[in-house]
Design a protein around this ligand. Structure first.
Ligand code: SAM
Ligand code: SF4
Length: 335
């Protein structure tokens, strides 16, 4: 049954959120240094996590009542969520069917890519910061490069395309690897996007000097490739894209810090414990889990979600002197 839409998730600056990022767990099997400390974090207690049915209920409200059209499952590592295939299947049966994607480190994807595709997953982004196993181990504190690469291959075979790769460069660690990663992505038919490192790590170790900027990434790529700005309209996509050697291959650069795109943002976010956030950098959240567990109706969820998004700030303030990191790290918000 298609329920009547109640108006969308529009804010005071005229932006409408149609893209929902759902974190399915705060746990992870890697420890990427820009995200988590080597020893891991105190994970959310099980009873605080949304159940699979609660996740599906909130996503249904977003799609059927609030005009959301794209769902991205993320985490932590979403492949660690036992009910992932069933959740994807339930969301794929919503009307209208949203576009469904997954952001993952790829570990375990080789086992589940076919089942996820059959359940209705449309595509994946796999995070990969290096092709060197020694660097991978240093960067992610686990020796799992092969699992990530196998996951990428399996995603392409399962038709979860276009397969995208997300790469974060860090000075002195993998900042020289941009051309090699682009060459790899082009050969394999993956779409590579570099993301500027943001101050969202649990250890608060980010520094502007260590961040490899969009400008630096582009100049290191230009030493090996001709790049022309992609004439296709960017829309709300965070990545600026470039045609490589005349195309059709492309590369994306997400300059979250030095080239913010907040004015075109179309996202809303749900954490694994049922908190809705207007932005990665929000300092406040709205507790939809509480509303559900106290017997609230879908109308109550709609109203709370709309209030949260209406109050969305015009942009992040990373470039202000007064910037303070949000209390939750990226892995707990959902990247
Ligand atoms: N574990 C999954 C993964 O790594 O793809 C999903 C969650 S992860 C938090 C989502 C994305 O956020 C990844 O592409 C990761 O590289 C990126 N990320 C994590 N911490 C970041 C940071 N401090 N700055 C920029 N990107 C970050
Ligand atoms: Fe895990 Fe993803 Fe964070 Fe890496 S970026 S530690 S894979 S959640």
């Amino acid at each position: 049954m298609t329920r009547t839409p109640t108006g969308g998730l529009t804010d005071r600056y005229g932006r409408t959120a149609i893209d929902l990022r759902v974190s399915l767990t705060d746990k992870c099997n890697l420890r990427c240094t820009y995200c988590m400390p080597a020893e891991g974090l105190a994970w959310l207690p099980r009873q605080e996590l949304l159940t699979d049915d609660e996740v599906v209920r909130l996503v249904s409200v977003a799609v059927e009542r609030l005009g959301v059209r794209q769902i991205r499952f993320t985490g932590g590592e979403p492949l660690l969520r036992p009910g992932l295939v069933n959740i994807v299947g339930s969301v794929a049966r919503l009307s209208p069917k949203p576009q469904i994607s997954l952001t993952t480190n790829g570990i375990g994807l080789a086992r589940t890519a076919d089942a996820l595709a059959a359940a209705g997953l449309d595509r994946v982004n796999v995070s990969l910061d290096t092709l060197d196993p020694v660097r991978f181990k240093k960067l992610a504190h686990r020796d799992r490069l092969h699992d990530s690469l196998d996951g990428l291959e399996a995603a392409a075979r399962a038709g979860l395309t276009p397969v995208k790769i997300n790469t974060v460069l860090m000075r002195g660690t993998n900042s020289d690897e941009a051309p090699k990663l682009l060459d790899f992505a082009i050969r394999k038919g993956y779409q590579l996007r570099f993301i500027e490192q943001m101050p969202l790590d649990a250890q608060h170790g980010w520094s502007r000097d260590n961040m490899v900027t969009a400008e630096e990434i582009l100049s290191s790529l230009r030493e090996h490739f001709d790049l022309d700005q992609d004439p296709a309209p960017r829309g709300a996509a965070p990545a600026e894209t470039w045609l490589v050697d005349g195309g059709p291959a492309k590369v994306g650069v997400i300059g979250s810090v030095t080239r913010p795109f907040c004015g075109d943002c179309d996202r809303t976010r749900l954490t694994a414990d049922g908190q809705v956030r207007a932005c990665l950098f929000s300092k406040t959240e709205t507790d939809l889990r509480k509303i559900m567990r106290e017997g609230g109706a879908d109308d109550d969820i709609v109203a709370a979600w709309q209030r949260t998004m209406a109050a969305k700030l015009p942009g992040h303030d990373i470039n202000d002197e007064t910037f303070l990191q949000p209390p939750r790290p990226m892995s707990a918000i959902g990247g």
